[in-house]
Design a protein. Structure first.
Lengths: 113, 115
């Protein structure tokens, strides 16, 4: 059974720092991995989708990497801003043919001005 | 529409009542998913639709939960005889692609509180 773990559960950094959020999964046979952002009381916003054949994806100040063999992904946020404060969720599609995502518990990020 | 739309955004009900939650996916998206997000439980898959059929219902927690999708578009999640443990945020997502290639886009969710 696929399990997704995110470390740390919470992170507080001063504005301007570069930071890394970690995601690990137990079954390396994944189809893709997706990073989301969730603001309090809101739905999920898709940030980056990495297909199993890809190593990384970039969008603005965000860069996500994927190492399937070791069961790991990282989300790198450059020059963090207070507006980046949110919960970041990692999810994988790992079995069947339904595109069903299995989620981690998330990392709650606070960027202090 | 521009994004996934869910209604109601908030629903407070009494234990034992039935509730219906609605999801309107992004136009042209054939795949639709329902998830539940409970405090301390994370995001839990409930059901997947491809068109109007539901090939994966494995996440529905009990037979009090059912869902349908009509016209390959709007979906309704129904919870019968609600219990306090059903209190959660119910999130709907849609994807353009069939199978495992697609990117999922989520709605804002319906927050259900069962008193």
């Amino acid at each position: 059974k696929q399990e997704v773990t995110q470390i740390p559960a919470a992170l507080s950094v001063p504005e301007g720092e570069n930071l890394v959020l970690n995601c690990s999964f137990t079954d390396s046979a994944i189809y893709n991995l997706q990073w989301f952002r969730q603001d309090p009381g809101k739905g999920l916003t898709s940030l980056l989708l990495i297909q199993s054949s890809q190593r990384e994806q970039t969008s603005g100040r965000l860069n996500a990497s994927l190492d399937k063999s070791s069961g790991r992904s990282t989300l790198y946020i450059a020059a963090s801003q207070p507006g980046d404060s949110a919960t970041y969720l990692c999810a994988v599609v790992s079995s069947g043919n339904t595109g069903k995502l299995i989620f981690g518990q998330g990392t709650t990020l606070q960027v202090k001005p | 529409g521009a994004g996934v739309s869910q209604s109601p955004s908030n629903k407070v009900t009494e234990k034992g009542k039935d509730v219906e939650l609605r999801c309107d996916p992004i136009s042209g998206h054939t795949a639709l998913y329902w998830y539940r997000q409970s405090l301390g439980q994370g995001l839990e898959f409930l059901i997947y639709f491809q068109g109007n059929s539901a090939p994966d219902k494995s996440g529905l927690p009990s037979d009090r939960f059912s869902a349908e999708r009509t016209g390959g578009s709007v979906s309704t999640l129904t919870i019968q005889r609600t219990q306090q443990e059903d209190s959660a945020v119910y999130l709907c997502a849609s994807s353009r692609n069939q199978g495992n290639a697609g990117e999922l886009f989520f709605g804002e969710g319906s927050r259900l509180t069962v008193l």
